[in-house]
Ligand binder design. Structure first.
Ligand SMILES: [Zn+2]
Length: 397
């Protein structure tokens, strides 16, 4: 396979959003990067190239943590971090960007602070937003390469499609229990994630639960992602294109599966059906608003709560363990028969554990032509800011 050499300013076509203004990088500190400068494949020119590069790390989690740390250490001049979550104690088993003292803080902000601490010569941009159809093209446009460190399948397809449409190299990885997978896409005929897994899953999986994962596993996979990003930026070696790398931590084996571009791929095929990424259709999402815990608290404080009804759609045992004061309980499964309990003229604020089931509830109301609010991140996000809601004082259910 031929090495791919990518000029830094490629991938921007006429009509694309303007690249963000990058400060002219100062000459990289030769003391800091001595071990890079000693490599003929990098040297002063390569180090300067890294200083002029911009990498977007989507997800400051188990994969994004090592990837971002190594990219910052390597002297990548601009690193963007996309994450809308807050640090929870259960993250610390693998998300090495964060410390115990940071629990409750914004992941994007905390990651930015940690990376700047590691390397004050670089610029870190914290994108504290939830990646979606409405913002993905704009977010990616300003960067040279994208690292996908997300854990949602629907988001993985969205990032793949946006990268193919924008011509941005993409390094994907996924982790599950003791196994990791990785692949790289670069423009110019390489097969994409959709070529590998053509079926897009339903994006409405009603589960807030997470599978287990060996904490060090994403450390390996995220480090591989950083390796790939540096190689592509420097134009050295052979990227992991057309090859799915599978790492099994239990047997300590790396397997490689070759795959090819599909001529019928929906996004990179000869007759693609995905040619643009549009914001969600009005009809589907009209009337649905998302609030952060802070926004909800502000609305309640403003005294608008007589027009709001907090509706907890979790299961009875979750509800019994603690709920937001003033909320009523309508489990998601019973909501289709019970929407009449939400008075006309009142806007329901749907709440679940993580914000997924409550969004399904919002869509149900929207389908009836009513407006609804989703508490983004659910009780989990609320607890991260205001502490876990108390269990009920009474015995009603
Ligand atoms: Zn494809």
């Amino acid at each position: 396979m031929m090495p791919v050499h990518l000029p830094l300013t490629l991938h921007r076509r006429d009509g694309d959003p303007a690249p963000m203004t990058r400060e002219t990088p100062t000459r990289p500190d030769p003391a800091r990067y001595a071990r890079h400068l000693a490599l003929a494949e990098i040297g002063a020119a390569g180090q300067q190239r890294l200083a002029a590069s911009a990498v977007l790390v989507i997800g400051a989690g188990g994969l994004g943590s090592p990837a971002a740390l190594y990219l910052a250490a390597a002297g990548v001049g601009t690193i963007g971090i996309v994450d809308h979550d807050r640090i929870e104690i259960s993250n610390l088993q693998r998300q090495i960007l964060f410390a115990t003292a940071g629990i409750g803080a914004s992941k994007a902000q905390a990651a930015g602070a940690r990376l700047r601490e590691l390397n004050p010569d670089i610029r870190v941009i914290a994108h504290e937003v939830k990646l979606g159809e409405a913002n993905v093209m704009q977010l990616l446009a300003a960067y040279d390469i994208v690292i996908d460190g997300t854990d949602r399948l629907a988001t993985r397809y969205l990032i793949n499609d946006a990268c193919v449409l924008l011509g941005k190299p993409l390094v994907s990885a996924a982790i599950h229990r003791f196994e990791g997978q990785a692949m790289t896409w670069v423009p110019g005929g390489a097969p994409c994630y959709r070529c590998l897994y053509p079926q897009s899953p339903d994006d409405l999986v009603p589960s807030c639960a997470e599978a287990g994962v060996l904490g060090v596993l994403p450390g390996v996979m995220g480090s591989l992602q950083a390796t790939e990003a540096l190689k592509v930026l420097l134009g050295i070696g052979e990227p992991l294109t057309g090859r799915l790398l599978v790492y099994d931590a239990l047997s300590l084996t790396f397997d490689e599966f070759r795959f090819q571009r599909r001529v019928d791929c929906a996004v990179c095929g000869d007759h693609p059906t995905i040619t643009t990424i549009s914001p969600p259709k009005e009809s589907r999402l009209s009337g649905i608003t998302e609030w952060t815990p802070q926004q909800l608290a502000q609305e309640l404080k403003n005294g608008t709560d007589d027009r709001l009804l907090l509706v907890d759609v979790r299961e009875p045992w979750e509800w019994a363990a603690g709920r937001l004061p003033g909320s009523v309980h309508i489990p998601l499964g019973t909501l289709p028969q019970r929407t009449g309990e939400i008075p006309a003229g009142v806007t329901p604020v749907f709440i679940c554990a993580g914000g997924v089931r409550s969004m399904a509830a919002c869509r149900l109301l929207a389908a009836q032509g009513r407006s609804a609010v989703n508490l983004a991140g659910g009780v989990s996000a609320w607890s991260g800011v205001y502490g876990a809601p108390p269990p009920p004082q009474d015995h009603q259910h």
